[in-house]
Design a protein around this ligand. Sequence first.
Ligand code: BTN
Length: 321
Amino acid sequence: MGRIVRLLTSNATVVVSGTKIADEIGISRSEVWRLVQQLRKLGVEIAGHPATGYQLRTIPDLILPEMIEPPLRGTIFSGNIHHYYKIGSTNTAAMEAASEGAPEGSVFLAEQQTAGRGRGSHDWHSAQSVGIYCSIVLRPPLPPGESLLLSLAAGLAVRAAVQELCPSLELDLKWPNDLLVAGKKFCGILTEMNAEVTRVRYIVVGIGINVNQASFPPDLAETATSLRLATETEWSRVELCAALLKSVDREYRALLENRDAHDSILKRFQQRSSSVRGRAVQIEENGGFEGVTEGLDSCGFLQVRTSEGLRIVLSGTVKLK
Ligand code: BTN
């Protein structure tokens, strides 16, 4: 289907015959008709039928490999992008693929997730073609203790990508890697790994971005937002997804290649988060505790000053008070 969309996109002003599409892609004309029908069901507006040929009415904002590959040449993701119209969870697919040997830089993208997973035991609301649901397989030569840094770097990468497309938008990072706009969450990151005690075998960084949602179910409406709601404009998911992967590529290469990357990630995260220092918080971990944030430790864990002394948050949810 991706190849049909690409072909129609590059001939956007003309009617393309079913025979031409069939020949270029190497499938039968009846198969072209079947795929066109499927694309229509997914909301791609294609005029015509087998006798007249086909023409795109609007350029679809589907995050197909064919649409996002060109700007990704030279990155670790080039040639490694898998796209699904509907899947349970891209993180589950990426973890399975990694366990079967998928190379570093493999990317799993979906238009819709039916079992999108968040941190802890939360779900991730993943409606069709309004968000970016993206999971990336990495095989960094790092000890497992440094994986949190990679996750913080992913948050910085999302922030940079969104700012590249909309420099005036004020964004906030909430430890460990939520992204907020106007006090509400528009992006979450679920980092999962398979490791030995001293060596990471593979890490999957799963990124969910609320891009073009016009509203949210009542249970999320108080806390969740989308880039569209925040800016009152429709965003191109294709452009944002390409910017995101380029940005992750930059952060990841820096982490592996630059001696000072570790300190730079900690420093930039603290600069770009309004809540890692001096903020009253409630931590939902080990029965729960509260205190005031006091920056990140050298591994990237959040430090909280409580009435009993300094405590380190390992994995609990941080509630801003
Ligand atoms: C969170 O904030 O709780 C993390 C949300 C992570 C959601 C993304 S969407 C792509 C990938 N696949 C999943 O099932 N989850 C992550």
